[in-house]
Design a binder for this molecule. Sequence first.
Ligand SMILES: [Zn+2]
Length: 479
Amino acid sequence: MLFQEHHATNKQKRIQLSMVVLLLVSLFFSAIPVKAAEGDGYSAQEGQDLYQKLKTGKRLQGEKTYEAPEQPTVYLTFDDGPSKLTGQVLDILEKEDVKATFFALGEQSQAHPELVKRIVQDGHTLGNHSYNHVYKELYSDFQTFWDQIQRSEDVFAGIADVRPQLVRAPGGTYTNFDAYYYYLMDQAGYTVVDWNVDSGDSKRSRVPVNEIWQTIKESPLEHEINILFHDGSGHESTVEVLPQVIAYYKKLGYAFAPLTTQVKPKQFPVGKSKWSRNMSLVHFQELLKETQLYASAHPLMPDNNPNDAINLLVHQTKVATEETAQILSKQSTVPLQVHVVDGSSFTLEPTEYQLRANRIELPLRFLIEKLGGKVEWQENRKTANAHYGVYDVEYDLSARSIRLYSLGNSVATYSLADMNLQNGKIIVPLRKTIDLIGGRITNSVIEPDKREVSMAFRQFYMFRENNSLLKNSLFALGG
Ligand SMILES: [Zn+2]
């Protein structure tokens, strides 16, 4: 059986892995040809065009699809911690059975590692809020911002084994971020999140409870509300007001959820930067290389915090139940065009996929084989194993869970409500599956008469052109 084979050859794989690491390191330090270093398939000319376009100040971003919750939802967010107040916030959230998001500082996390662990263990989302929050460092140059995000991320990884994909810019993005900041963070695979309700708990020191409460009550009741709070020191009022804020939204019928990469991020428009920065073409190309190297070394996961997947499951179970009745009527009549960036394109006939709430679902075997991977069905265990690149993904139908293996080692287990067996085929959601095998959906068009999906696989970008040996090693490891 497949996974027994993996265990048997673990040692061999470790040797192969160290060879790959060695290759990666030598590649990194050798002069990488400009074309390959630009990753994402940009030619030198395209890189320049990109630089010029961003210079106009307009944002450039790949289209992403998000899942809107059925129920109106509040995303409580707490910035600047952890501090000695964070334990109290966590106690309140636990008592109220509410999950939230903590945009933590690396520096504070080093001072309170036990709180970082508890945030993750309690099922909240841990987000990255830079290392030290010092504006003039963070916004003097993207390089400094980037270095702080990396530094905090290493702190989080060391404490709680998570690398947050969600980032909140200290002070928010407005007038701090420019088009380059946004673009480079996007290239690295991060989701930058602002807010749409500011509780005002940080507009000066010691804002009284009643003032925060009035601000909350006067805030617009949108379908999705992302509230900015602070759990750094000096925010006793925030702790005090929190139970009545939760009660208020519960009474209005709101659900509470932690932020994930599936939630459409609230983002401010790009404003005129209040920082004088000068991005040269050469510097931009270096940063682009750096962020893309990061992305290829850290392929996107559905979410680094497995708890996110569980919360998503709760949400999806609800949605799936309501939608089951609609599935048959949603049988598609239009072919689906699939484009793999720098790879093959293929078409799915209307009978080969289905749409459910604008999510594309299709047979697992069909998808993986179209992409050049392999699927094995294990009847006795009711599992299917998909192999693609360095990834092995095991779909367990009875447990409705997915186990992800990278280089033969178990990386994570995710629950997935919307996996089912139809006519003897395992039907899986397209986007989730692409995420799991190290890719991402870069664009999708779901219209009555046109259906198109584009996807890209990051791990191959850097090496495709200049090192086929490395590519082959990566493939060999995946089996
Ligand atoms: Zn902050």
